[in-house]
Design a binder for this molecule. Sequence first.
Ligand code: ZN
Ligand code: ZN
Length: 247
Amino acid sequence: MRRERKRNDLGFENWLLCDFHIHTKISDGSLPLEKVVDLYGEKGFDVISIADHILDEKTREERQKKREPTLSLTREDFPNYLRLLWKEEKRAWERYRMLLIPAVELTNNQDMYHILAIDIKEYIEPALPVERIVEEIHRQEAIAIACHPHRKETEHDQPYIHLWENHKKYSDLFDAWEVANRDDLFNIIGLQKFNYIANSDFHEAEHLYSWKSLIRAEKNTEAVKAAIRENKEIAIYLFRKNKLIEE
Ligand code: ZN
Ligand code: ZN
């Protein structure tokens, strides 16, 4: 470890500073994987999940027809993606004592739902129905998060509200729902008393300053997953540029 982080100055002793929703250049983020890991490591984060997009095949084909970049992992890319993440996991731990948990964002833009699979081990097809996706995530002992489930104040045309529109049906399905995503807070998720989590949906450097989760648990993947499932000792925290944590 290069230096002790300064979070204890803020009174976060025993709390892990976490962000489980981070994209890199591997899909539609603007920064390469290594740079993203360094950015979070330098800021003293304890736990991150890199969660690049797996886009449904129909949307991918539509983009290919229009000669647009697909900005998505494919089934063929997936083993190499995991290899890259495990390599970075090792470096993140050795250099920053930061835990990196491999993830993906299953991105279904036909039926309008996005689901995070945290600690994923095998490829999952995003065109599957929601229940089947979550079943598959749980079969892999991974964590299923409902992403940005409601309209965002920052993006009025945010169309991915299938999960919210069917929230009664899905209420017991997910391990947690994003109660905050980057700059937006979804009060409605709090009102439902759903398990909650807050993430940045990081695509570029300035997204670092956004809603995050604090979790009081041991710094290992199983303990963090258990805390999310139990929704115990989790707090949401707005990570801002702050003199106390800046160099
Ligand atoms: Zn999304
Ligand atoms: Zn995302």
